[in-house]
Design a protein around this ligand. Structure first.
Ligand code: ZN
Length: 270
């Protein structure tokens, strides 16, 4: 584990590895879990995604439908060869794993509030033999030194711009993956009588950054099997705002044709 950009969430001193723990100068101690992650969450009220949601997302992503998007993110990162990459809201580590595996020159730090997600991410990395480290921690309060990261990756996760600005080096880049206009249009059509396109334009360049690029990645997929369709549905925001009747209709389908449409937006930290 490369821990030299990590700081103690209690006192902001540098965290160093000592045996199976991360320890700061004031002896605040954070133990590595069996799977390798470290819990750096000092707020007890927030817990993130449940194990069921994590498993559903993991099963779905492992089917490879989002691989084209993951490859585009990796190409975007490889363009500027970042040494230290933060995956802010890494979930169960599907993308982190691919980034760490494909870009062997990076040290990857994944953060997520969900312990089950981070546990899964840690096991995934162990299984693939690549070197990356994972932490249970919210992304609005990253235990990372100021001006220390070369890249922050935010894929379908909340955007903590001020915090990203703080941890990025000047010239470091924020790589955002968000839903493009037609993302999951087929899924929405199966759920609702009136369907609207997404608005990726709402991601505007925040203060302290400048926009470098905006790339669209779009392809059609046929998602087969009730389990895969149900798993996909449960990882979308629609899961929380669809009537039971519409949801049950969707879950009777054996096949779903839909575009996947992603916007990859890159901002440089000034
Ligand atoms: Zn401390």
């Amino acid at each position: 584990m490369s821990e030299n950009i990590l700081i103690c969430p209690k006192c902001s001193c540098e965290l160093k590895k000592e045996g199976g723990s991360l320890i700061c100068k004031s002896r605040h101690t954070y133990d590595c879990a069996a799977s390798g992650y470290v819990n750096l969450n000092t707020k007890l009220t927030l817990s993130g995604d449940s194990p069921e949601m994590v498993n559903a997302r993991s099963r779905f992503l492992d089917l490879g439908y989002y691989e084209g998007f993951a490859r585009a993110i990796i190409r975007t990162l490889d363009d500027f060869k970042p040494q230290k990459v933060i995956d802010a809201g890494c979930g169960e580590g599907y993308y982190s794993n691919m980034i760490a595996h494909e870009l062997a020159y990076t040290a990857l730090y994944g953060f997520d509030l969900s312990k089950s997600a981070v546990n899964k991410a840690s096991k995934r990395i162990k299984a693939s033999g690549t070197d990356a480290s994972f932490f249970v921690c919210g992304i609005f309060d990253l235990p990372i030194k100021d001006n220390s990261a070369d890249a922050v990756v935010s894929l379908f996760a909340p955007l903590a711009y001020e915090e990203f600005h703080r941890v990025l080096k000047p010239g470091g880049r924020l790589v955002i993956g968000a839903a493009g206009k037609e993302h999951l249009y087929g899924l929405k059509r199966a759920l609702y009588s009136e369907v609207y396109e997404n608005n990726p334009e709402k991601v505007v360049c925040p203060e302290g950054f400048r926009e470098i690029s905006r790339e669209n990645v779009k392809y059609d997929v046929i998602i087969t099997g009730k389990e895969a369709i149900g798993d996909l549905f449960s990882m979308t925001p629609y899961y929380w705002k669809t009537s039971e009747a519409a949801a049950s209709r969707l879950l009777t389908l054996d096949r779903l044709d839909t575009p996947l449409d992603f916007d990859i937006i890159v901002f440089e930290r000034l």
